[in-house]
Design a binder for this molecule. Structure first.
Ligand code: AVJ
Length: 318
């Protein structure tokens, strides 16, 4: 299918999972909608902008760690592996890893086929000799890998502290699923954000330019666009809070006045001060991160951090 045709189709198509999650989430108490729905076209653009913000340290800190760790990962895990990236998205960090690790194949796994094919094409341009085998799948469940990489040792790659979006319980399930997907003898290279001073954490999720606010608010705009919603956007504001007990940043959309609206014909109301919980970003201490990996069936074998210990890259073996 041509790219243009595909875009047109997509604009008129609504993901039934999005619809169900929004309707259930607005009816639930507390109200909550999964963070995965941030990433429509506009949301993905805004996230790209977030990664460049002065306050948002994770992306650039991890990029430097990947450069530092590359040669050592190669030493420990060996060349000739199939690099399997979970939630490859736009694969922004992938070239850093591929050039250092000298893999025999690259397997990007993503739930969004459009992103996947686009980034697979881009990667093939940059690494013309590297076989790329994209897999469109939900990696929360074990994913059968392509036959072409069956006999190769695997290196899983899960950057960006994406695991932080999950509760610890869900993260453990995911790590186990990855272990199943990758098999015996596999390694996993994973980025995990650190617990730190809320004076650093909160601005990373509530930046001075308001990009993160726009990212959060875009979810309401997406609901209005795709689900025929009448949410009065100006009645909501972005809120980022550090939940110290659970060691996570929470993003909410807070009603600044009592509001009523409909989504897909269903009526909802929210009182001033009540919120819709839209994202968790769990942070881990050094021992917490290692315990998480071990709980998911992975043995930590190496770890890299920046001088301020803002972010960690961990290598583990199955
Ligand atoms: C892509 C989930 C790692 O939690 O830091 C950035 C998403 N949300 N700013 C994060 C996000 C608000 C990001 N992850």
């Amino acid at each position: 299918m041509l790219k243009e045709e595909n875009d047109t189709l997509e604009r008129t198509m609504v993901d039934p999972m999005f619809r169900a999650d929004v309707l259930n989430g607005l009816a639930a108490r507390p109200r909550a909608i999964q963070a995965r729905w941030f990433y429509d076209h506009r949301g993905s653009q805004l996230f790209e902008q977030i990664t460049d913000l002065p306050e948002y340290y994770p992306t650039r800190t991890e990029a430097a760690l990947l450069d530092k760790a590359g040669p050592q990962v190669l030493e420990i895990a060996g060349a000739g592996r199939a690099v399997v990236e979970f939630g490859s998205g736009s694969s922004a960090k992938t070239p850093r890893v591929l050039s250092a690790i000298k893999p025999s194949a690259y397997v990007p796994i993503d739930i969004s086929g459009d992103f996947l094919r686009e980034s697979a094409r881009e990667l093939s341009r940059q690494f013309p000799d590297l076989p790329v085998h994209p897999v469109e799948a939900n990696f929360l469940h074990p994913v059968p890998l392509p036959d072409q990489v069956a006999t190769l040792p695997k290196l899983g790659f899960f950057p960006g502290s994406t695991i932080g979006n999950m509760t610890a319980a869900a993260a453990v399930d995911l790590l186990r699923a990855m272990r199943h997907s990758l098999g015996e003898g596999a390694h996993l290279l994973i980025g995990i954000d650190r617990v730190k001073d809320p004076a650093v954490l909160v601005p990373a999720y509530d930046d001075s330019q308001g990009v993160t606010a726009a990212f959060n608010m875009n979810l309401l705009e997406r609901i209005n666009r795709e689900l025929d919603g009448t949410i009065p956007i100006e009645n909501f504001r972005h809120k980022a809070v550090w939940n110290a007990a659970i060691e996570r940043i929470e993003m909410h959309l807070e009603a600044v006045r009592d509001s009523e609206f409909t989504v897909e014909g269903r009526s909802f109301s929210i009182r001033q001060g009540e919120t819709i919980h839209t994202e968790n970003s769990h942070k881990y201490t050094p021992s917490g991160a290692r315990l998480l990996l071990r709980s998911g069936g992975w043995t930590p074998v190496a770890e890299w951090t920046d001088p301020d210990d803002k972010f960690a890259l961990l290598l583990a073996e199955a």
